[in-house]
Design a protein around this ligand. Structure first.
Ligand SMILES: NC(=O)C1=CN([C@@H]2O[C@H](COP(=O)(O)OP(=O)(O)OC[C@H]3O[C@@H](n4cnc5c(N)ncnc54)[C@H](O)[C@@H]3O)[C@@H](O)[C@H]2O)C=CC1
Ligand SMILES: NCC(=O)COP(=O)(O)O
Length: 361
């Protein structure tokens, strides 16, 4: 099927930028496959930011078209992947990280943020980074989420991570910190900040007029009246009282182990979780292939697949087996959000056309 991209509404919007992420990981090949399936999925023009070497290391015959500005995207898109090139200090070995590529990974992110802030890119979709590789090269942020806030000139904590799939949205209040640090770093302020960012995004980005938030406890059985932990009383409840005083429909703290079955999921529009795995395990269990990571609280739109670099798959020579679904879902959400359209289906709604079982290709 051939798609006349000039007649689509998306043509008028600035194109979405896709950062290459970890060059040795699955990201560049997923971006390449997104471009290769542009007609099948009727995708509007987009451009990559990264090193040509990274893309060709994974898909040797990929046509790549260097561009100097996102405005050249539409003209280049039909004949090759439009690419804003970024230099890299070393070669790319699929499946093997290298300290030489870290600076290029970060430069791609910096370029993407500048273009999103200037309005030349409608949104950013970030392919996964190998965080350990960047930490080794002096990257001071924990991940994209806080790094993007800093690049937007905002305190790191302004950015809030949400993961969304059909039927579930989760927000971890603490994110990339050791488990033993969670109770220390979990503050009423952090809960209030995450709740406000989530509430606002549900209204403005996800089209929910009166969002319902549910909050997980930190401890087993939400503390069992203090017998199994005190943070529910000392940290979570004070935050919830404040938020209710502000008129928010927010319930909890609930025992986290009973919040995510189907009936429970229907009772809220987003779940605020106290730590990374409490949020991401239910989401990725429910829909690893369709999950999208979306950053809230920033003046720019950023989404990402929910999965990581899949270095194991690449190292085993199985890059072609990587599922495109999450990248495709992240791209679609980025396009919708960048156009001010409502994104992501309502809880329980499977109407966006992708299936949890059939891979997108
Ligand atoms: N947005 C981002 O930049 C993210 C980055 N990461 C980073 O990725 C690195 C690896 O993290 P892991 O925890 O191992 O998670 P991972 O998601 O990379 O891999 C977990 C398992 O899922 C498989 N997998 C991942 N994506 C797949 C796909 N598209 N199709 C088929 N199979 C797939 C992998 O082969 C592996 O067996 C870490 O450095 C982590 O920090 C992880 C999540 C998000
Ligand atoms: N587990 C989520 C993840 O690692 C993504 O983090 P970020 O790079 O989006 O901050």
């Amino acid at each position: 099927m051939s798609v006349d991209r000039n007649t689509t509404a998306e043509t008028a919007s600035p194109p979405v930028a896709l950062t290459m992420g970890e060059p040795a990981g699955v990201g560049p090949s997923l971006i390449a496959r997104l471009w290769l399936s542009r007609d099948k999925h009727a995708l509007p023009p987009f451009f990559g930011i990264g090193s040509r070497t990274a893309f060709l290391a994974h898909v040797a015959d990929l046509p790549v078209r260097d561009i100097a500005h996102p405005a050249e995207t539409a003209a280049a898109f039909d004949s090759g992947l439009p690419l804003l090139p970024v230099d890299m200090a070393g070669p790319v070995t699929p499946g093997a990280i290298s300290a030489d590529t870290a600076a290029g990974v970060i430069a791609a992110l910096d370029m993407a943020v500048s273009l999103a802030l200037s309005g030349d890119a409608g949104a950013i979709v970030t392919a996964p980074i190998q965080k350990s590789a960047l930490y080794g090269a002096g990257f001071k942020a924990a991940g994209h989420t806080d790094y993007l806030a800093q690049r937007c000139g905002l305190p790191a904590e302004t950015a809030v991570m949400m993961l969304a799939c059909d039927g579930l949205r989760v927000v971890p209040v603490t994110v990339h910190i050791p488990l033993k640090e969670v109770a220390r770093q979990l503050t009423p302020d952090a809960i209030v900040r995450a709740a406000h960012a989530t509430h606002e995004a549900l209204k403005t980005r996800f089209g929910i007029a009166a969002p319902r938030l549910a909050v997980a406890g930190l401890n087993p059985h939400a503390g069992e009246d203090g017998a199994l932990g005190l943070e529910e009383g000392t940290h979570i409840l004070p935050a919830l009282r404040l938020l209710r005083d502000h008129g928010m429909d927010i319930s909890g703290p609930f025992p986290a182990d009973t919040m995510f079955h189907a009936e429970a999921r229907n009772s809220f529009d987003a779940a605020l979780c106290m730590y990374h795995d409490q949020a991401l395990i239910p989401l990725k269990t429910l829909d690893f292939w369709g999950g999208v990571n979306v950053t809230l609280g920033l003046p720019i739109v950023r989404t990402s697949p929910d999965h990581g670099t899949a270095l194991d798959l690449v190292a085993d020579g199985k890059t072609h087996e990587a599922r495109l679904d999450s990248m495709l879902a992240a791209f679609r959400m980025a396009v919708s959000l960048s156009q001010g359209r409502i994104s992501a289906p309502a809880a329980g709604d499977m109407s966006d056309g992708h299936s949890r079982t059939e891979p997108a290709s």
